[in-house]
Design a protein around this ligand. Structure first.
Ligand code: DON
Length: 314
């Protein structure tokens, strides 16, 4: 088996030449400006070794990947009470679908579809003002990475505020069922800013280490969340992290993963690695087309699937 460094360079070369790169998201104005030509990959191992390829240091809009971090914060604040207002099941529907909310009385299926993440923001607002919770989220992500340069892209956030009609509908619909307790514009203000977090693959892979390491922040050695909570978030990423494409992602990679419409994917190899890929072109489910292919290649070449016998892994 070639070395990991060689494997990652080979994957980057293949992705750089890939003809079918998917379609860049265009419903958020700033995202429509991003070139589909980008590809970046970062792999951070449990021993701290970092492998980078392509545009691994180019910041991009992490969008729905931010839902992993807001969920972690909310579980830290309200614990399992969260699960009274949002489910743990795959929706099998698109990330911004409103369909199930009527028959399920305003309770979203999971915290990774937009409706679920909006309820998580409402929970977080229970303890803070919008500006404070956005600051708390930024401090949290910066502490995971160990870098203070991470920021929120105000242009992206404003663009989403101006075009977020579906999210406004989702929030109002849930408020109608009593599952949103704060004014909708305040909840969505937090939600749009969290989605506008700008990070590079290298920073995202560093931020995901606590999910690889049983809840511990390897930079500080301190516990971020309990091992049980880390396991549960990884399980949700596997079953729900790619919306109605979660089955296919699990089938092809066998890894817990969370996607975003900016073309990023954060994937976790428990005990082994935290991996981030970025390619802005999306498939029909709104997940990075080449990001998914790159992770599939990585698993094929390393046997890192969680469904693989541990002994055969690189
Ligand atoms: O709310 C939205 O539609 C976007 N801010 C986030 C959606 C997203 O990233 C879906 N992921 N693939």
């Amino acid at each position: 088996m070639p070395s990991l460094a060689i494997i990652i360079q080979e994957i980057a070369q293949e992705m750089a030449q890939a003809p079918d790169r998917g379609r860049v998201a265009d419903y958020i104005p700033a995202l429509a400006q991003v070139s589909a030509g980008h590809f970046g990959m970062a792999v951070v191992l449990a021993d701290g070794t970092t492998h980078l390829a392509g545009d691994a240091d180019v910041p991009f809009s992490i969008q729905s990947i931010s839902k992993v971090f807001s969920l972690t914060l909310a579980l830290g604040m309200v614990g399992d009470a969260l699960w009274r207002r949002v489910g743990k099941e795959p929706s099998g529907s698109a990330f911004n679908s409103i369909m199930q909310l009527e028959s399920e009385h305003g309770i979203p299926r999971n915290p990774f579809i937009n409706a679920g993440a909006i309820v998580v923001c409402d929970h977080l607002l229970g303890h803070y003002e919008p500006r404070e919770i956005i600051g708390e989220l930024l401090r949290f992500v910066r502490s995971l990475v160990g870098e203070d340069t991470i920021s929120i892209d105000a242009v992206v956030a404003r663009g989403e505020q101006e075009t977020g009609f579906r999210n406004i509908a989702l929030a109002n619909y849930m408020r109608g069922f009593g599952n949103i307790h704060h004014p909708v514009e305040r909840v969505l203000g937090v939600y749009f800013h969290q989605c506008a977090l700008a990070m590079s693959c290298r920073q995202l892979a560093l931020a995901g280490r606590y999910l690889m390491a049983g809840g511990r922040n390897l930079a500080t050695g301190r516990s971020v969340i309990s091992p049980q909570r880390a396991r549960r978030i990884n399980a949700l990423m596997l079953t729900c992290g790619h919306y109605d494409g979660s089955g296919e992602f699990a089938f092809r990679t066998g890894l817990p993963g969370k996607s975003g419409v900016g073309g990023g994917i954060l994937a976790i190899v428990p005990g082994r690695a935290s991996v981030a890929v970025w390619s802005p072109g999306l498939n029909e489910h709104g997940n990075s087309q080449l990001g998914t292919l790159a992770l599939e290649r990585l698993v094929q070449k390393t046997n890192w699937s969680v469904f693989e016998p541990a002994a055969s892994r690189l």
